[in-house]
Structures are given as C-alpha cells and as structure tokens.
Design a binder for this molecule. Sequence first.
Ligand code: ADP
Length: 209
Amino acid sequence: MPNTPSRRYKTVLLFGAPGAGKGTQGKILGKVPGFYHLACGDVFRSLDMGSELGSKFMEYSSRGELVPDALTIEMWRQNMHAQTVLSIYKPNVDLLVLDGIPRNVNQAKHLEKYLEVLTVLHLVCPDIEAMVTRMRRRALKENRVDDADEKVIRKRFDVYANETKPVLDFYPKEIVQEVNAMGSPAEVLQHVLEVVVRIQNEHFRNPLA
Ligand code: ADP
C-alpha cells in the first residue's frame, strides 16, 4: 500500500445521494483506459453472504445503515491491495474513481494516508422523488433488498444527510466540483468527463496518446 504522500493513490471521489447515479457514471468511466472504478457497495455485494463479513453487510445494509467503519476500511484496503498486486489497477497509470467510500468523516480521515484526493465530484440531484424512482427500478433489475423497501430507502437518505454529506466539508472547497445529475446518463457523463479528463491530463502522462 502506498503511504508516503507521493505514493498515495491519485483519486476522484464520486459523491452524491443514493440514486444520484454514482454507480452508473463510475461503471462507464471504469471501461475507459486510464481509469479504475471501485464501488464500495459492489465489493460488499460480491462477498460470500455466509461469511462473517458478508453477514455483517446484510445485517446493516438491509436496515439502510452503514457497515461499521473498521470493517469497511479493512475490506476496502484488502481489495485495493489485491487489485494492485494483480495489476488490475495500476496506480501509476490509472486515475482511481472511488464510489461509496468515504461515507462519513471518520472514514475520510482514515483514507487520508492512502488517497491523494484530486477532486470530489458531487452529483447533485435536488429531486429526491426522482432518485427514489431510480432506486425502485434498480431494485427490480439488480435484485437489491435495500432498494426494494420504501422505509429502507428513506433511512438511507437520512444516513446520507446526517453522516455522508458532512464529508463534503472535510475536503478543501477548491477541489469540490458540482455536476448536475438530473439529465440523462449521457448528459451527466458529458459533465463528468469535462472534470475527470482535465484531472487526468494534469496528473498523468498519456501513454496511449
Ligand atoms: P447506493 O449507491 O444506493 O448509495 P451502495 O451500493 O453504495 O448504495 O451501498 C449499499 C449499502 O452498502 C449501504 O447502504 C451500506 O449499508 C453499505 N456500504 C457501502 N459502502 C459503505 C461504506 N463506505 N461504509 C459503510 N457501509 C457501506
């Protein structure tokens, strides 16, 4: 793991309320050479649900709550280590696009020693009902228990407002970039690309150019 400032992972954080489209945009970016996308929720969902960590994830996520920080950070750290060892993620070449982590200020503090956060890309969607609709659609498509129940969805919005939103104030204002998340996926992608391509050009030499 990198721990000196210069070896920290160069990172863009995808930030936004549940259903704002972080996963959709992150997955697209992850397909582009030079970007590596990791969604914390996807790592949790890929666990063996019979394992201790898997059952902890089920316990908390089915209530719409956050998994405890120590477990989350350790799982994330191990996953990043594995991706790096296997050269699936190449820190010198790829801009890391993180989605779903950090989800509270304590996690943000713990990640400081691993991440050089270049931009916090805040997907702004003021229309909660539009996000709830997206999540209901996702529940059907992806078979997600935490998206199926209205009460759990509302709880996740509360957790976002109380625990996750304050993360925005943890980072310097200059690196927080707001992007309107209300358009179609392609429209939102256009705005996202404007931000991340600039960051990539500033921080990486392009071996493909
Ligand atoms: P969404 O994109 O709708 O916010 P995610 O897939 O990111 O959903 O997360 C689903 C659930 O996984 C969360 O509600 C939470 O229980 C758990 N989870 C994901 N990331 C974290 C994290 N960084 N810390 C704690 N719990 C997390």
